[in-house]
Design a protein around this ligand. Structure first.
Ligand code: AMP
Ligand code: TRP
Length: 336
């Protein structure tokens, strides 16, 4: 079902033919200003609180608000670092289960596996030819990911944001829900859309990022860093499928500071403020109300309150994931 819908959605690929005929042919203006939402997530590992609050929850909201939403499990992005093929195949199914359990409805959204649509890599090549090497070498993620590598990282790791641009532009997407860590990549996507339009004629809309109020959930062990799937400290990251005991343990060990009162001052007290922000986000309360509920508690007690709120939020999602994972055929039919 996903593939049938995606073939319809990728009709915009006709611009390639237009490109061959010269800039005038490519100049065909877009029919109407449609709002098209696109986002992607890598199938590596179970999503964490940051993925959920920074991206997936917004995906679900946008699905309810707009007719035309596309969400992709971006498996081609994940092979920029070594992957075991069997594990990756399983992870794609697991990610499908997670997204469905979080509320992505395949009747409303087009959920698909990136590598099934070969035009992503074709457009990526065209865009690669429009970007200068230093532009990619200056991106934070490239610098951070290669800083510790002996041989400097692969060309795929360097050009990965161009593939991200292709994912988005292929469908003439206009809005992209992402977390703050993707803002720099989105600036590149915007530059590439403008660069293409300038060279070949107006074709791509310049897509905008949609950031949630939880655009950056911090690590529980180092509140100056973002929560991340690949953090070597297992206590830093709360995954959607963690058991209640694991969630309590991780929050208990969360790094705060020497003041026991609960306040929200992100610059001065990043650790406790991260807890307040998580509490507010999972309960959908304003920060002031989260603070009111924590009033009179010390941070040790407040950590348990936040852990409980997270457990409550993830419990129905976890149950649904377990149910869906038993029906591998359904998952395969949906995504493969
Ligand atoms: P990834 O897991 O890297 O494929 O990221 C999937 C989505 O989650 C992207 O939109 C990211 O920007 C978002 N994201 C990842 N980590 C965080 C975080 N700590 N806080 C907020 N959003 C995040
Ligand atoms: N690069 C994104 C990440 O690492 C994932 C991604 C790939 C993406 N293609 C995308 C996000 C297109 C939004 C739109 O999180």
């Amino acid at each position: 079902m996903a593939m049938r819908s995606i073939r319809k959605a990728r009709g915009c690929w006709s611009f390639i033919r237009a490109l061959h005929k010269g800039p005038e042919a490519a100049h065909a203006p877009q029919k109407e200003a449609v709002k098209r939402v696109f986002s992607g997530i890598q199938p590596t590992g179970i999503p964490h609180l940051g993925n959920y609050l920074g991206a997936i929850e917004t995906w679900v909201r946008l699905q309810e608000e707009h007719g035309s939403v596309l969400y992709s499990i971006v498996d081609l992005h994940s092979i920029t670092v070594p992957q075991d093929p069997a594990v990756l195949r399983q992870s794609i199914l697991d990610m499908t289960a997670v997204l469905l359990a979080c509320g992505i409805n395949p009747e409303k959204s087009i959920l698909f596996q990136q590598s099934q649509v070969s035009e992503h890599t074709q457009l990526s090549w065209i865009l690669t030819c429009l970007v200068r090497l230093p532009r990619l070498q200056h991106l934070h993620q490239w610098k951070a990911k290669t800083a510790t590598q002996k041989h400097g990282g692969t060309a795929g790791l360097l050009t990965y944001p161009v593939l991200q641009a292709a994912d988005i532009l292929l469908y003439k997407s206009t809005h992209v829900p992402v977390g703050e860590d993707q803002v720099q990549h989105m600036e590149l996507v915007q530059d590439l859309a403008q660069g293409f339009n300038k060279k070949y004629g107006e074709f791509f809309p310049v897509p905008k990022s949609i950031l949630t109020s939880m655009k950056k959930v911090k690590s529980l062990r180092d509140p100056s860093a973002k929560m991340s799937k690949s953090d070597p400290d297992k206590l830093a990251t709360v995954r959607i499928t963690d058991s209640a005991e694991e969630i309590v343990r991780k929050f208990r060990k969360a790094v705060t500071d020497f003041t026991s009162e609960v306040t929200y001052e992100p610059a001065r007290r990043p650790g406790v403020s991260n807890l307040v922000a998580i509490h507010a986000a999972v309960t959908r309360l304003p920060v002031e109300e989260a603070l009111r509920r924590g009033a009179g508690m010390d941070t040790a007690r407040y950590k348990l309150l936040v852990a409980d709120a997270v457990i409550e939020k993830f419990a129905p999602i976890k149950r649904e994931i377990e149910k869906l994972k038993m029906d591998k055929d359904l998952l395969k039919r949906l995504i493969l």
